[in-house]
Design a binder for this molecule. Sequence first.
Ligand SMILES: Cc1cc2nc3c(=O)[nH]c(=O)nc-3n(C[C@H](O)[C@H](O)[C@H](O)COP(=O)(O)OP(=O)(O)OC[C@H]3O[C@@H](n4cnc5c(N)ncnc54)[C@H](O)[C@@H]3O)c2cc1C
Length: 473
Amino acid sequence: MSRPGAYDAIIIGSGPNGLAAAIALARAGRRVLVCEAEQTIGGGARSAELTLPGFTHDVCSAAHPLAAGSPFLRSLPLDQYGLEFIYPPVSLAHPFDDGTAALLERSVAATGETLGVDGMAYRRLMKPLVADWALLAPALLGPPRLPRHPLALARFGLKALRSARGLAASRFAGERARGFFAGLAAHSFLPLERLATAAFGLVLGITGHAVGWPVARGGSQSIANALAAYLRSLGGEIVTGRRVASIDDLPSARAILCDVTPRQLLRLAGHRLPPNYRRRLERYRYGPAAYKVDWALNEPVPWKAEGCSRAGIVHLGGTLAEISAAESAPWKGEQADKPFVLVAQPSLFDPTRAPAGKHTLWAYCHVPHGSTFDMTERIEKQIERFAPGFRDCVLARGVMPPAALERHNANLVGGDINGGAQDLRQLFARPTRRLYSTPARGLYLCSSSTPPGGGVHGMCGYFAARAVLQDGL
Ligand SMILES: Cc1cc2nc3c(=O)[nH]c(=O)nc-3n(C[C@H](O)[C@H](O)[C@H](O)COP(=O)(O)OP(=O)(O)OC[C@H]3O[C@@H](n4cnc5c(N)ncnc54)[C@H](O)[C@@H]3O)c2cc1C
């Protein structure tokens, strides 16, 4: 790292996007260095013993439809570098108070069968979109541009641009399908009445059928480790424990790619950026936060509804009305009484996560940006509602409110896990219309604050690297 001029490109941050950018550049013959602030690589794809020895928890990401469906990550030989995806038989369970659950299965028809009166309506909505996934994925997991398959994109776009509530209410007659779709769309972190929130529900639903929602054997850290090992095999270098305070502190390189959010870019490189671009970055909006809890369990969660124990992810919120209220609250600065809780139970499918017979559980809900309110009790109450006796299974818990998340990873500004709000405006101009490039030659953004946004898919990094290569650097 002390050899000036030794690198063509330096990447600040070793999240999935930073590593993807480094790999794309190394594959193009560039000499790359990744500088990571923390002692462990991986950003939002790290795992750690957050509760008791022998219990491995995913600190951030847990379910990986976007990694498994990512056109770039799929093109890499990550299985040769230790990555194995495990596919739970059911991607998602959505239990209701009557003790039953809607299930996202690989088959659209089987999923429809769990949706009561709306089985046929679900099939009509999803079947054509699932069939189009191979054409849609490159467009949806990339920057806005002229579509290669305009018909497929139009079929998707007409539905996707609607609000999740609007689409669910017009397509489905019963509470089961409406609640199920609301849970999928709630991954947007947006009020479900906002335009284009249907897109999140549709994409996650489609990936459930077309790709599956796998977990990574050994923990999400295995994704970062495989990316890093492959990068090193290409000659790339990674240093950890190296928090970059200013790009002026880096050795010279033709390109610097920042796997950080706009607020951090201003600190790192504000002095190199013109005032109007700086102002645009200052106006970039962050969204609500995650409040996360991990548990070490003595036994699996005693779900009431059949099917929940076969699912990698469980959505707790019941009806569209309840989930919609829970998702609007953080935007009003309020804590939901009954938060919408996203639960992951990887140890049911990956025995490496916990000692024999024991289990790990991961959950978070959405709270206002920077909130300091303790949501642990409300989260556990939601689990207990659908799994009476849950608390008796708990051996230990680890709690990460927004501030703890930000301490773990500086990109989680105020606890926002997506690198900024993902509303319509910031989906297309993310973080500005320049997307990956900046007005300073050789300086780029490659984080989830660029298209296509949050998630472990590496596509932001891949497209940032392409911008570097297109600029001839
Ligand atoms: C609680 C939680 C749950 C999630 N669940 C899922 C999920 O189930 N599935 C999914 O696909 N996604 C999930 N995500 C989102 C996913 O983790 C992120 O969208 C993804 O990691 C973004 O990748 P990135 O490379 O852009 O940034 P990050 O992964 O955030 O990486 C940024 C890296 O840059 C480093 N860095 C920052 N500043 C500096 C500096 N000055 N110098 C050096 N290094 C620096 C950080 O330490 C970090 O390692 C979740 C996130 C959280 C927090």
